[in-house]
Design a protein around this ligand. Structure first.
Ligand SMILES: [Zn+2]
Length: 205
């Protein structure tokens, strides 16, 4: 299993997951944004080329990935809130971000749900969800997709709530660009205005 997972990353940048020739990491800025974010990452997510959390950590100080191994790893000192849309969750507020760390489960939706369900039993963790306005803006923006968002995109919404719009915007741009390059690499031209038209084939002399 390990060999299979590792082979998916061969020839790719370990951070953005794009082929080394198309890697975007060297040009990325670094933001010291205010909210502290901890991604609790399912082990199978770790070696996926399309992992948005690695790029998010590359871009933002104050963010960290810890590996989930069936049980929760140590959480940071101080107040933490779990970001997950449980029915009892109250809306994430700027005050939550000033006080402590936002914990975001990272994996497929099923893996993230399992992680969140374990964390939910920890009485020290209060549960928060993203505000409906952020989700609606996201749905509008992603009208042609299935409405799911990655952990990195969730982090961008957290930044917006924290009053860090520049970092939020840049993170979204970088995630979009990484996704675009990944699709190009697979020979799939994604829809959207940011994609350059395929150049015509060179004339045959
Ligand atoms: Zn890279």
């Amino acid at each position: 299993m390990r060999r299979i997972l590792t082979s998916t990353m061969q020839g790719r940048c370990p951070t953005c997951g794009i082929s080394l020739a198309g890697c975007i990491c060297a040009q990325l800025p670094r933001f010291q944004a205010r909210p502290a974010i901890l991604f609790l990452q399912h082990p199978q997510e770790e070696r996926k080329p399309t992992n948005s959390t690695r790029l998010t950590v590359r871009l933002l100080g104050n963010t960290e990935i810890r590996r989930w191994e069936r049980t929760a790893p140590d959480l940071p000192r101080g107040p933490c809130v779990l970001l997950y849309p449980f029915p009892e969750a109250s809306v994430l507020a700027p005050a939550d971000l000033e006080r402590g760390t936002v914990v975001i489960p990272d994996g497929t939706w099923a893996q993230a749900a399992r992680i969140a369900n374990v964390l939910r039993r920890n009485p020290a963790l209060e549960v928060r969800r993203l505000p409906e306005a952020s989700l609606q803006a996201w749905r509008l923006r992603q009208a042609t997709e299935n409405g799911r968002f990655s952990s990195g995109q969730a982090a961008a919404m957290v930044l917006e709530i924290a009053g860090e719009p520049d970092a939020s915007r840049k993170l979204i741009e970088v995630l979009d660009e990484a996704a675009r390059r990944m699709l190009q690499q697979r020979g799939i031209m994604p829809p959207g205005p940011s994609v350059p038209a395929t150049p015509p084939p060179p004339p045959i002399l």
